[in-house]
Design a protein around this ligand. Structure first.
Ligand SMILES: NC(=O)c1ccc[n+]([C@@H]2O[C@H](COP(=O)([O-])OP(=O)(O)OC[C@H]3O[C@@H](n4cnc5c(N)ncnc54)[C@H](O)[C@@H]3O)[C@@H](O)[C@H]2O)c1
Length: 211
């Protein structure tokens, strides 16, 4: 209703632009923007993973009594209840998270991250705006300044991570041309199956919106 017509107007005004989608349901809205624009996947993608990763990193910093600057984390998958924090690759000051925090506490932080958007809405009565804006600004900087940063973004997958024909949150290299590379991490078996479950949930939403 909104994203489709607006995408049409963006395409007419700025045919060479890079389109960063923020509207929810994010993964499905990226699909709408890609279909309406007809642009290559390198120039149509979404913002969610940086925000979700920032929330996860904050909870880890609080739990471990560390600076959030020393937390390295990555949240993948759909932007919803089935997002997938990659715990196996999460470190605090280089130390694996699993050496610092027990499974139960990690699980609680994963769940709070997945429900982070709802928590903010309950507190503010509206969705977050500062953190999503700051996350989108990081993506814009990486593109405009050709920084080639690797950031978790919602990208169109064609076989990467065993997922085909779907927008999902994955690490990508962002430069002048938009997505320059989809980075494939070595996931643990549990993380790979969680990503697959997340893909199934996204596919269902996309299916509802296209029928
Ligand atoms: N990707 C993320 O991580 C993330 C984070 C926060 C919010 N969001 C999403 O971003 C979207 C906006 O959230 P918000 O809190 O800024 O909402 P909001 O209600 O504050 O703002 C929506 C804006 O859209 C405008 N609008 C409504 N209909 C329009 C139309 N037909 N054409 C043009 N403009 C129209 C409204 O005037 C308003 O300014 C929501 O879909 C929300 O779920 C995503």
């Amino acid at each position: 209703m909104i994203v489709g017509p607006l995408t049409g107007r963006v395409v007419a005004q700025s045919p060479a632009a890079v389109l960063i989608v923020v509207s929810n349901p994010l993964d499905a809205m990226c699909n709408v923007a890609k279909n309406v624009s007809g642009w290559p996947k390198q120039r149509v993608f979404g913002m969610a993973g940086i925000l979700d990763t920032a929330r996860f990193s904050t909870f880890i910093a609080w739990k471990t009594g560390s600076s959030v600057k020393d937390v390295t984390a990555m949240v993948l998958g759909g932007h919803g209840d089935q997002m997938v924090p990659v715990v196996s690759a999460t470190t605090v000051g280089g130390i694996p998270l699993r050496k610092l925090v027990g499974d139960q506490d990690i699980q609680a932080m994963v769940e709070r991250t997945a429900k982070g958007g709802g928590e903010i809405v309950n507190l503010l009565g509206t969705s977050a705006w500062y953190a999503p804006g700051a996350a989108a600004a990081q993506m814009v900087d990486s593109i405009m300044l050709d920084e080639k940063r690797v950031l978790p973004c919602t990208a169109y997958l064609e076989g990467e991570y065993g997922i085909d024909g779907l927008y999902m949150g994955v690490p990508v290299k962002l430069g002048r041309d938009g997505i320059e590379e989809i980075v494939e991490l070595d996931l643990g078996d549990d993380e790979q199956s969680a990503l697959q479950a997340s893909a199934d949930a996204v596919r269902e939403v996309v299916g509802v919106l296209t029928t």
